[in-house]
Design a protein around this ligand. Structure first.
Ligand SMILES: *Cc1c(COP(=O)(O)O)cnc(C)c1O
Length: 384
């Protein structure tokens, strides 16, 4: 039943009916008063979501546009930067930085392990000329969460450096306290925690990031954030934005506000825990190092079973789309996305489907229902 396919990949994520309905309205003029009202309200709500008093700018483009914008608006040719690299998206940061002629020092960790904040601390001490520390908060390719709070605390006291973070699968899933933590640039995209289709991306800029912008000489036009800043101050955009995506954005942010940040984070935490413990209970190994699992995605490395086979069977028999492994992890891991518009039923269904799949493949070591039982117990431990 293809029409009933449920997305449990780390983007695009499921979209609520309210958001779909908002999306399906007639477009309106992007210079109209009506549209300005939407820009104004979404900008306020985006600041709330980022826990910042700074600017959050909306770009029509995917998450990578926001990442690229973060770099080219704060740095200059030949600048020395540190990039954290413990997965596919860390690698993307390195590629973007190198494409613009930055001098990149990489801090690596094995895929599945988090970045060690002390490495950043030491490098910052040794190099006063570092201009940016660039990391991925939730590394989607491996399902690992990096300690953005700690790493940015080391950058905060550095003379020249700013923190640039990819929060694409952490914003709207767990705490990202931009101002409190002193994160200077945050990139995110609509098809992840925002419960929206792909097409919009967001760059949040701190005061320190705007200071860095003054000396930034990298080439830019469509992604020149000064033009976004100038127009957002007048509740507008520099170019024709994805007007209908803005309708969806407004509705999705209102839904998030209704649920409340605390509840949203709690929900993701419960889903993460239930998924992790259920997978362990049926003999499937977690790929992320213990204690560093992402709140939005759980990676599983099954032993002696082709991960792609599990994924394909779950899709064909149960109409749930899970993500596979990328690059050298292809066939070795599968990933369960529990980001955005996901409820307890989705989690229980996904776990039950995986159990039924193992059974079908003749690979289950435990009675069917073992994972569901553990998950149910955790899901019932609501803190209210
Ligand atoms: C999805 C994702 C992105 C953005 O990718 P796009 O395809 O450009 O939207 C960036 N970083 C992470 C960690 C992601 O999960």
């Amino acid at each position: 039943m293809k029409e009933k396919l449920t997305l449990m990949i780390p983007g695009p994520t499921p979209v609520p009916e309210r958001v779909l309905k908002a999306l399906s309205k007639h477009p309106i003029g992007h210079r109209s008063r009506e549209f300005q009202d939407i820009v104004k309200s979404t900008t306020e709500l985006l600041k709330w979501l980022h826990q910042t008093k700074g600017d959050v700018l909306t770009i029509t483009g995917s998450g990578t546009a926001a990442m690229e914008a973060g770099i080219i608006n704060t740095l200059s040719k030949g600048d020395k930067v540190i990039c954290g690299e413990n997965g596919k998206f860390g690698e993307r940061w390195v590629k973007v930085a190198k494409a613009y002629g930055l001098e990149v020092i990489t801090v690596k960790a094995n895929w599945g392990e988090p970045l060690d904040p002390e490495n950043f601390k030491n490098l910052l001490n040794d190099h006063q000329d570092i201009r940016a520390v660039i990391i991925t908060h939730s590394e989607t390719s491996t399902g690992v969460i990096n300690d953005l709070e700690k790493i940015s605390s080391y950058v905060k006291h550095h003379k020249n450096a700013i923190t640039i973070a990819d929060c694409v699968t952490s914003i709207g899933a767990c705490e990202v306290k931009m101002d409190d933590w002193g994160v200077d640039v945050i990139a995110s995209g609509s098809q992840k925690g925002y419960m929206m289709p792909p097409g919009l991306s967001f760059v949040a800029m701190s005061e320190k990031a705007w200071q860095a912008n003054i000396r930034s000489d990298l080439p830019k036009f469509y992604l020149d954030l000064i033009s976004y800043k100038k127009t957002v101050d007048k509740d507008s955009n520099p170019f024709t934005p994805g007007v209908n995506l803005y309708f969806a954005l407004e509705e999705a942010l209102i839904m998030m506000k209704e649920e409340g940040l605390e509840s949203i984070f709690m929900r993701h935490q419960r889903h993460m825990k239930a998924t992790q413990e259920a997978m362990k209970s049926i003999g499937l190994n977690l790929f992320a190092k213990n204690g560093f699992g992402s709140p939005s995605i759980t990676s599983i490395m099954p032993e002696g079973i082709d991960a792609e086979k599990i994924r394909k069977t779950v899709k064909e028999d149960f109409d749930i789309l899970l993500a596979g492994g990328q690059d050298n992890l292809k066939g070795k891991i599968f990933r369960i996305g529990h980001l955005g518009f996901i409820n307890d039923r989705d989690i229980i269904t996904a776990i039950a489907s995986i159990e039924a799949t193992l059974n079908k493949l003749g690979k289950s070591k435990y009675p069917i229902g073992t994972g569901v039982a553990i998950a149910t117990k955790i899901l019932n431990e609501r803190s209210n």
